[in-house]
Write a protein that binds this ligand. Structure first.
Ligand SMILES: Cc1cc2nc3c(=O)[nH]c(=O)nc-3n(C[C@H](O)[C@H](O)[C@H](O)COP(=O)(O)OP(=O)(O)OC[C@H]3O[C@@H](n4cnc5c(N)ncnc54)[C@H](O)[C@@H]3O)c2cc1C
Ligand SMILES: *[C@@H]1O[C@H](CO)[C@@H](O)[C@H](O)[C@H]1NC(C)=O
Ligand SMILES: *[C@@H]1O[C@H](CO)[C@@H](O)[C@H](O)[C@H]1NC(C)=O
Ligand SMILES: *[C@@H]1O[C@H](CO)[C@@H](O)[C@H](O)[C@H]1NC(C)=O
Ligand SMILES: *[C@@H]1O[C@H](CO)[C@@H](O)[C@H](O)[C@H]1NC(C)=O
Length: 718
């Protein structure tokens, strides 16, 4: 698998180099400006074309003596010395195999026929059979513009390559960081000097605003945003600054209209260079996830911000091209050209993509968001392709299409390799859907993995939702998903199961996965897992897997915070299995007085009014944190001496139960203090809890420089 990924990487990189080598976009040289200027001026003066050669190529054709002779005189008479300019011209005439000799023979012959012409209003009327003299002043003006253009394009290409390389450089650093946990774990564990700790605490691990990362930042009413981590913000800021500078410096075309033209070309080219990265980061099968160890959600954060820079560049592109056309009085004419129309289609799509990708729209209905997103992105690719074909650089879209197709094909391969399976879907503890699916033996999941699941029901078969999976501890070759009931597909299943016997149904499913990288927990001596609510499955899988692999050589602690005793039911079988391990498990029940009327191991029995109470329950879940905070403010007398709860406690006697909300600060300090050399915290919980844990771990890193302290946040949102 590793080899395969590396191979793919090499193929894609090779694909990429093609862009730089492509004929249409090359680094130009000063000497090229000479024959280009000559060709332009001469074409203004007269018509040289023959039926079998056009444009610049006219001048290369030895059969077309008037043209070649004019060119020879223009180059030789205007450049002193002229060897390199002649060589550059001969080089551009490869198709005609033009030699030095033929060139100079034509020069000599043309000397006898050379005529001067005034600038023509319409050169097509003046088909000439004589070589034409190029006025020196006109040549110089044209030369300056061409030379400026070559230099500007040179810089555009260099900047484009830098912009693209920037991301690969950042990812290279990430890869070094990630793989050093595997290659030199002992060395990494020794990295806890004051400087390193302060750098990690203040830059690498910190939230941008010390508060929001897993939780969204509320901007205005329903307007929310995902705030990147501080180092992600820094990476993005550098990117923005680079784009900002690159869009405006090293533009060398001082003539009116040409400045705007160059600015427009620059922004267009920079955009073209960012497109491959933009599409690469959006895909589920982005092989850079494997290289860097970054989670998909980080790539998506970068994807969104790169898309926003593309949008800004687009505005510059449109504005400067409009000014150019106005300056040359060509606006009306160009608006009727096809490539301009397609450019406008692409531009509108990019604009719509940016607006509809706001968090509000993603949250409101994710399925519709995805559908619109794919349609618009396809429009951008098609329209952009046509538009750039005219500009001579469709190669960028070859890369984009290759990346996109690669992702799609691999997704289909993944789905087929899992096959259609019949899943058992159960409703447990009124709140969680437990989905059990047989997996093929060769389909190997790993801890922390998630997969996308399609329920093959007429109403929702096209939807695929990501869920963390657990390789079942009960049965061989079986995976289990635990889905919290929310408002969409999960709610549909919930309603279906309410009426089903035993609240259980068999549903055909497709599974696409497993995705995501494993985090390097193996490198740490002591590992503390902290899960909240439905965050437990992935954490549990990692903890048990780590326990088996370390054969008891590590101290593993597992904290699980839930609201009510009843929640234990849906994960009861798995918790029971913990008795066979040394994993020290602590369960916090924050509202022990709630929902005590349950029976462990028995399917939940439906009572009247269930549907409504469930909906309010689903709503209440969204305010999970708020309820907890209230609970803390008004500690309600514990009624945990209820029969069910004490029954449960005695059955799970190897688990320590604590009632009330955990004090994360005390808990993390306790864990850090009772560790001698290195400790990792892995967490997946409610976003507020995850952000609080991050804050406490950062404080611990600042305070305690005697050991390596690490945080692995495993919650992903997009
Ligand atoms: C990597 C990953 C692992 C996850 N693991 C679990 C898990 O183990 N257990 C669990 O209960 N939940 C998990 N989730 C969350 C789960 O994907 C959503 O709760 C589920 O898709 C909601 O489905 P719905 O139609 O009922 O949601 P809705 O009520 O329609 O939406 C609820 C929220 O879920 C998000 N959402 C909806 N559809 C998708 C989608 N296709 N992809 C991403 N986000 C979506 C939306 O932003 C929305 O805000 C995980 C999410 C991710 C990204
Ligand atoms: C453009 O870049 C190439 C390659 O770096 C260089 O050889 C060439 O001289 C540059 N041309 C100009 C006009 O600066
Ligand atoms: C010399 O130039 C004239 C005018 O361009 C052309 O008609 C003629 O064929 C040329 N002679 C040779 C030998 O190329
Ligand atoms: C091309 O021909 C000219 C004139 O015959 C001569 O001066 C020059 O050195 C030649 N250049 C090359 C590269 O052969
Ligand atoms: C974990 O921490 C405890 C307490 O300091 C220590 O005794 C133990 O050796 C650590 N585990 C390992 C594997 O080092």
């Amino acid at each position: 698998m590793l080899n395969c990924k590396i191979l793919i990487f090499i193929i894609v990189s090779a694909f990429h180099l093609q862009i730089i080598k492509a004929d249409s976009f090359v680094f130009g040289h000063r000497e090229d400006a000479a024959y280009q200027a000559c060709a332009q001026v001469l074409s203004y003066l007269a018509l040289f074309s023959t039926p079998d050669s056009e444009g610049l190529q006219n001048f290369c054709d030895p059969q077309n003596q008037p043209a070649l002779g004019s060119m020879a005189h223009c180059i030789v008479d205007n450049s002193h010395p002229c060897q390199v300019q002649v060589a550059a011209f001969l080089d551009s005439c490869k198709d005609y195999k033009l030699t030095n000799d033929t060139f100079y023979k034509s020069y000599e012959n043309a000397t006898n026929y050379l005529v001067s012409l005034p600038v023509s209003k319409d050169p097509t009327l003046k088909k000439t059979s004589y070589p034409i003299y190029t006025p020196a002043g006109q040549y110089q003006t044209a030369f300056n513009l061409n030379y400026g253009s070559i230099r500007t394009i040179n810089w555009s290409l260099a900047f484009g390559i830098v912009l693209e390389s920037y991301w690969f450089l950042v990812m290279l650093l990430a890869a070094i960081n990630h793989w050093s946990y595997y290659l030199f774990p002992n060395f990494v564990m020794k990295l806890h000097s004051p400087f390193i700790n302060s750098f990690r605490a203040n830059v690498i691990l910190s939230h941008t605003d010390n508060k929001h990362h897993a939780q969204r930042l509320k901007i205005f009413k329903r307007l929310e945003a995902i705030l990147p981590l501080r180092f992600e913000t820094i990476i993005l800021s550098i990117w923005f600054i680079l784009v900002f500078i690159f869009a405006g410096v090293h533009i060398y075309r001082p003539a009116q209209g040409f400045v705007e033209l160059s600015v427009g070309n620059r922004s267009g080219l920079l955009m073209a260079f960012t497109f491959p990265v933009l599409f690469l980061f959006a895909g589920r099968n982005n092989f850079m996830q494997y290289v860097t160890g970054w989670p998909y959600c980080r790539f998506l954060i970068f994807h969104r911000w790169i898309a926003r820079t593309v949008f800004l560049l687009l505005i510059v592109h449109i504005a400067s091209k409009t000014l150019t056309l106005k300056a040359f009085k060509a606006y009306q004419a160009y608006m009727h050209q096809n490539f301009v129309r397609w450019g406008i289609v692409a531009a509108c799509s990019v604009g719509l993509l940016n607006v509809h990708s706001f968090q509000v729209f993603r949250n409101t209905n994710y399925e519709i968001f995805v559908l619109i997103h794919i349609c618009l992105a396809s429009m951008v690719v098609v329209a952009g392709w046509i538009h750039t074909s005219y500009a001579g650089c469709p190669e960028f879209f070859y890369t984009v299409l290759a990346i996109w197709a690669f992702d799609r094909v691999l997704r289909i391969v993944r789905i087929i390799s899992f096959g259609v399976q019949v899943a058992t879907v159960e409703l447990r503890s009124e709140e969680t859907l437990k989905v059990t699916v047989k997996r093929p033996g060769y389909w190997k999941p790993h801890p922390g993995a998630h997969a996308y699941i399609h329920f093959l029901k007429p109403t929702c078969f096209w939807q695929s939702h990501p869920f963390t999976l657990v390789d079942s501890v009960m049965e061989k070759n079986t995976i289990t998903f635990y889905m919290k009931v929310k408002g969409g597909i999960t709610h549909g299943l919930y309603k279906l199961l309410l009426n089903a016997p035993d609240h259980r149904e068999h549903v055909r499913v497709l599974v696409e996965g497993p995705y995501s990288q494993q985090v390097p927990l193996h490198a740490f001596n002591n590992v503390t897992f902290m899960a909240g609510g439905n965050g437990i499955p992935g954490i549990y899988y990692e903890a048990t897997d780590l326990y088996q692999k370390s054969k008891g050589s590590k101290r593993i602690k597992l904290y699980w915070v839930i609201r009510q005793f009843k929640s234990i039911d849906w994960f009861y079988e798995e918790l029971e299995k913990l008795s066979q391990t040394d994993i020290q498990t602590v369960i916090y029940v924050t509202q022990p007085q709630l929902g005590l009327d349950f029976d462990i191991g028995e399917p939940y029995i439906r009572t009247s009014n269930d549907d409504e109470s469930q909906i309010s329950h689903v709503k209440a879940e969204k305010n999970f944190h708020k309820i907890e905070v209230q609970g803390k403010e008004h500690p309600i007398e514990s009624r945990s001496n209820s029969i069910a709860a004490s029954n449960l406690k005695s059955k799970l006697s190897f688990i320590e139960f604590r009632e009330g909300r955990p004090n994360l600060q005390e808990l993390i300090n306790f864990e850090v203090d009772s560790t001698s050399n290195s400790i990792a915290f892995a967490t997946c919980a409610h976003p507020c809890m995850v952000d609080d844990i991050r804050l406490e771990v950062i404080k611990a890193i600042k305070r305690d420089r005697s050991k390596r302290i690490e945080l692995f946040e495993e919650i992903q949102e997009w």
